[in-house]
Ligand binder design. Structure first.
Ligand SMILES: *Cc1c(COP(=O)(O)O)cnc(C)c1O
Length: 459
């Protein structure tokens, strides 16, 4: 992946002295997009392209274009941003059981799931600053690394609760035993990223209330699809603000909200918690400064496009897509279950994950790759996950899955005594974070960010 496209397009190590013509620039961009889109348009890529509908993207891009140059920090110049943000938050709260809240609910629109989780962790830390200087939160092992990242950034200890190996839901006894005077919040996922399962939110809520701590529900993935699944009669365990004790929920508009990448909503049962993490500096020579979250300047275009996605799709649009996704997930999962050597992890929803006790399931991945499938690999135990999105709901994808998975299982059985190829990716880190693994990961990241390219030769 080093120097991608160096064989086709000029590599820019410096600003070109004379700018490249617009048409030429746009031509290069179009060529790269045209080369890359087919990797997911086939419907064989798990997650990431939640909508995958170019008509919808064109519509969002037009909405974006009207405000792409606007910085929403300058609200006097763009009252529209206040309308977009407030309505995105209000519609999301409404979707997530906000009607059952008695306080003053509110929210923040952030840059993504990690941003929403970070702001939640920051709010819990700051709201409890008078009570503890050594705050901790408790997350299930299956909860997203964004919680650990936020803990790292903001000095909040993250206690990792084990999950039941069969149901993949958090061990409530462990959580109860590890709450102490410095605990500021518990975490549950609806659904978690790895297995697509939902933690026991009502039980976590009861624990949170009993101990006077917060409960963040990570609905980054499920927030915009589970409410519609429930409406359609799918078995969706309670997870939203209707559950007593839930104090914050994150829901990613840039996933099943079908908005552009770069937005997510963090909902608060009570704005007092949100308001505890505002930042302001009133004595700066540059003027009095305040911002609602970690970001400074934010894009008016993204707010407008997010708002446009929600208002345009409406409940019926989201419900229609949810219907197709849940049906497709059920069919794909049934295919997995038809193979006795494969086992689905827990009771998943629109996303499922499977492992094998007979062979390394990465053999299955090795084979599926040769047929153009892109599943996500997991560990402890090795498993593969498929987050079903709109591209999988196209005609023919479920049938292709049936054929290719059958061939992949046969391949895995035939190669069970050899090490799997895609499993080797984890080889460097399988034994924990050794010094070599640390170096390896830094090297991979540097290559991805193209450090070599950014530094002019000879410097
Ligand atoms: C995607 C995801 C996140 C993180 O979101 P980003 O948008 O990638 O920052 C957090 N939690 C869950 C469950 C997710 O699926």
């Amino acid at each position: 992946m080093t120097y991608p496209y160096a064989d086709r397009f000029e590599v820019h190590r410096q600003l070109p002295e004379e700018g490249v013509e617009r048409d030429a620039v746009l031509g290069e961009l179009a060529a790269m997009a045209a080369a890359e889109d087919p990797t997911w348009e086939s419907g064989q890529c798990s997650g990431t392209m939640y909508c995958g509908d170019h008509d919808h993207y064109d519509f969002l891009n037009r909405a974006f274009a009207h405000f792409s140059h606007v910085n929403v920090l300058q609200r006097d110049m763009c009252p529209s941003a206040t309308k977009f943000e407030a309505e995105v938050i209000a519609m999301t709260l409404d979707l997530l059981g906000g009607a059952s809240l008695r306080g003053r609910p509110g929210g923040l629109v952030t840059s993504g799931g990690s941003g929403s989780i970070a702001h939640a962790v920051l709010a819990y830390r700051d709201a409890n600053a008078a009570r503890t200087r050594r705050p901790n939160l408790i997350k299930p092992e299956t909860a997203h690394p964004a919680f650990t990242k936020a803990g790292h950034l903001f000095g909040v200890e993250v206690r990792v609760a084990p999950v039941d190996p069969v149901t993949t839901r958090v061990d409530l006894d462990w959580v109860a035993e590890h709450i102490d005077g410095d605990t500021v919040a518990l975490v549950g996922s609806a659904t978690n990223y790895g297995y697509g399962t939902i933690d026991p939110i009502p039980e976590l809520g009861a624990l949170a209330l009993e101990h006077g701590v917060g409960l963040h529900v990570d609905g980054c993935l499920g927030g915009f699809i589970l409410p519609f699944g429930r409406e359609l009669g799918e078995p969706v365990a309670p997870f939203d603000f209707a559950v007593p004790g839930v104090t914050t929920i994150s829901a990613d508009t840039h996933k099943y909200g079908y908005a552009l990448k770069g937005t997510s909503v963090l909902c608060f049962a009570d704005t007092a918690l949100r308001d505890s993490q505002y930042f302001y500096q009133t004595d700066w020579s540059g003027g009095k400064y305040c911002s609602p979250g970690v970001e400074g300047s934010r894009s008016g275009g993204l707010l407008a496009a997010t708002w446009a996605a929600m208002v345009h799709l409406g409940r019926s649009g989201y419900r229609r897509y949810a219907r197709a996704i849940f049906d497709t997930a059920r069919a794909m999962r049934a295919t997995v279950e038809s193979h006795p050597s494969l086992r689905v992890m827990g009771e998943p929803t629109f996303l499922f994950s499977f492992t094998s006790e007979e062979y390394d399931v990465y053999h299955v991945n090795d084979f599926l790759r040769t047929r153009g499938w892109r599943l996500n690999g997991q560990q402890y135990p090795n498993a593969l996950h498929m987050a079903v999105t709109r591209p999988q709901t196209q005609p023919g994808v479920v049938e292709r899955w049936r054929e290719d998975l059958a061939d992949a299982v046969a391949y895995a059985q035939a190669h069970r005594d050899e090490p799997a190829r895609s499993g080797a990716i984890y080889g460097g880190v399988a034994g924990g974070w050794s010094d070599e693994a640390d170096e390896f990961i830094r090297a991979v990241m540097a290559e991805m960010m193209d450090e070599q390219l950014a530094v002019p030769p000879g410097l």
